[in-house]
Design a protein around this ligand. Structure first.
Ligand SMILES: [Fe+2]
Length: 380
């Protein structure tokens, strides 16, 4: 009998839930908080609405919004400087996965000092983080419920994975209204990231029955709603579906961890600065085929959840891989890594970095360096 652990934050989800943030902040004892967001969100209604709601609750509010897609280590250092000079005692992150990961990085430095890249790996940040509320404005990253923080190491041109139970935010506030202004490409990238989370968490060596249920529920919901959502991110039904799918996928992968798709995606993101979800969508079918050669069982169960059935287990896994690639094309994502800027001469360094990524440890098939290089070449 295995022992299962399942960790989630308090979750507040539904249209209008952003209005709950001041109460959640007060409940966590915040008095002087830092809003971490990005410049794109400052121009939407959501950032001013949140800032105003927090001000009117007599909290002292500062902000830091200099964060790029694929947050860089120096941006986290600058955000930490803002946190310190403002005397903040908690953080509210409003944004996509990049913003929430940057907020986690700032929180790690606030509690532990040092340099953010020193915390690469598992459980390196030992001291408890200041209170953190995460309000995701994309449907996909799962960072609002996860113990992951991904930082772009610009010197090594790769992304480093920081993992620790202490990195799970205290409260996740998911307001699907904030998706209405999402560009179609971001909706597609983040949605395919969520689908990748389901598949990798379900096939992970560290999965358990609770993470399995979240993954199966999520992939069914995301699969039937992603195309409608990408066509019209303001559609309330598909937006709410994708909000729940991203949340459940996040709950699955934070507990089960991920696999080779993410381990191989992170070095590409650091090298080319391409969108995480787009890289995953290219790599995922190749990783499914590689893993299924040894054991197709998890993919047969995932395929069943999206209506792909019939034939031998290996044939079903192969069809699932084809269907993932086809779905990715239908939502407008690229077919290969070359379109994202990867060249043959990059494969050696990408392979070396992928083998070091913490997500590789839970991939159900342990790849050799030759395997990883071959998958990169197939995906080129
Ligand atoms: Fe991801």
């Amino acid at each position: 009998m295995h022992i299962a652990k399942f960790h989630t934050p308090e979750i507040i989800i539904g249209p209008g839930s952003l209005a709950e943030v001041p109460r959640a902040a007060a409940g966590l004892g915040m008095r002087r908080l830092l809003i971490v967001s990005d410049r794109g969100l400052v121009a939407t209604p959501w950032y001013p609405q949140l800032a105003q709601a927090l001000h009117s609750d007599r909290l002292s509010v500062s902000s830091f919004t200099d964060i790029s897609v694929n947050p860089r280590a120096p941006e986290i250092v600058a955000g930490f400087a803002r946190y310190e000079e403002s005397g903040a005692d908690g953080i509210v992150a409003l944004g996509g996965g990049s913003v929430i990961d940057a907020a986690k990085g700032i929180a790690i430095l606030a509690a532990n000092g040092g340099h953010i890249l020193e915390y690469e790996g598992i459980d390196r940040a030992r001291r408890p983080l200041p209170p953190l509320i995460a309000a995701p404005t994309t449907a996909g990253s799962g960072s609002d419920v996860s113990q992951f923080c991904i930082v772009n190491d610009v010197d090594r041109m790769t992304k480093v994975t920081i993992i620790g139970r202490g990195l799970v935010p205290d409260v996740s506030v998911v307001d699907p209204r904030t998706f209405v202004s999402l560009p179609a490409d971001v909706a597609a990238q983040s949605g395919m990231d969520a689908i990748t989370h389901c598949l990798e968490a379900y096939a992970s060596l560290a999965h358990n029955r609770l993470s399995d249920r979240a993954a199966l529920s999520s992939i069914g919901t995301a699969w039937r709603s992603i195309e409608r959502f990408v066509d019209d991110p303001s559609d309330p039904d598909s937006g709410t579906d994708m909000a729940y799918a991203a949340l459940e996928a996040g709950m699955a992968f934070t507990n089960a961890i991920l696999g080779a798709t993410h381990a191989m995606s992170h070095p590409v993101g650091g090298l080319c600065d391409a969108a995480h979800g787009a890289i995953n969508a290219v790599l995922l079918p190749h990783v499914i085929r590689f893993n299924a050669e040894i054991d197709p069982t998890p993919y047969v169960e995932l395929a069943d959840a999206v209506g792909v059935r019939g034939g031998s287990p290996h044939a079903v896994a192969e069809r699932l891989a084809d269907e993932v690639a086809s779905l990715s094309r239908r939502v407008g994502l690229p077919a290969d890594l070359r379109s994202l800027g990867v060249r043959d001469e990059h494969v050696a360094v990408l392979t070396a970095n992928a083998l070091l990524d913490a997500c590789m440890t839970t991939n159900p098939r342990k790849p050799t360096a030759d395997d990883v290089a071959r998958i990169y070449r197939e995906a080129l």
